[in-house]
Design a binder for this molecule. Structure first.
Ligand code: SF4
Length: 168
């Protein structure tokens, strides 16, 4: 059976409990925490390392404690990237940190592991999508996964080139 479409259409009543009308939509993001309570944003390359520093942790420990590797289909193929883990209503992880997400992960809403209820534990190093996304924007004005995919692809190419240079 095909997975259902995610309820990203804010006219969809499925969003009513989590996405009440924005009081002043012209202000864009006013830090209501709605994204933080439903779908944490993806990191761009290099950002998770900065977040690990903010938390005073080694990268591997940080990943195993707080991040998952999510995937997305784009027009240039399937990409994978680090994303803060989502917590379910009972406080359990939706997927175990340090692992790759399953196919239904993107359709499951969950509170970001860094959301305190009033703010973000890693605010100064929050992910690319968290810095750029505003729920009042038209979809075309928010960053697309393709944009992010290109960043990960460029980072991968740069890494490959650097390793080839050092092997020469
Ligand atoms: S990383 Fe911070 S800004 Fe991004 S979803 Fe989590 S709590 Fe919100």
């Amino acid at each position: 059976m095909a997975a259902p479409d995610p309820p990203h259409d804010r006219n969809d009543p499925a969003w009513d409990h989590i996405d009440p009308d924005h009081p002043e939509p012209w202000k864009g993001c006013i830090r209501r925490g709605l994204c933080c309570m439903s779908n944490p944003g993806w990191f761009a390359p290099g950002e998770a390392e900065k977040a690990a520093e903010v938390m005073g942790m080694e990268m591997a420990d940080f990943v195993n404690a707080f991040l998952v590797v999510d995937h997305a289909k784009t027009t240039i193929g399937v990409i994978e990237g680090f994303v803060p883990a989502k917590m379910g209503p009972g406080g359990d992880h939706v997927e175990t940190p340090g692992t790759k997400t399953g196919p239904s992960y993107k359709f499951t809403q969950g509170r970001c592991v860094f959301y305190t209820g009033t703010g973000c534990l890693i605010y100064e190093a929050r992910p690319f999508e968290c810095t750029r996304y505003a729920c009042t924007n038209m979809p075309e004005d928010n960053p697309s996964r393709l944009e992010l995919a290109m960043l990960w692809l460029q980072a991968h190419d740069a890494t490959v080139e650097a390793s080839q240079d050092s092997a020469d």
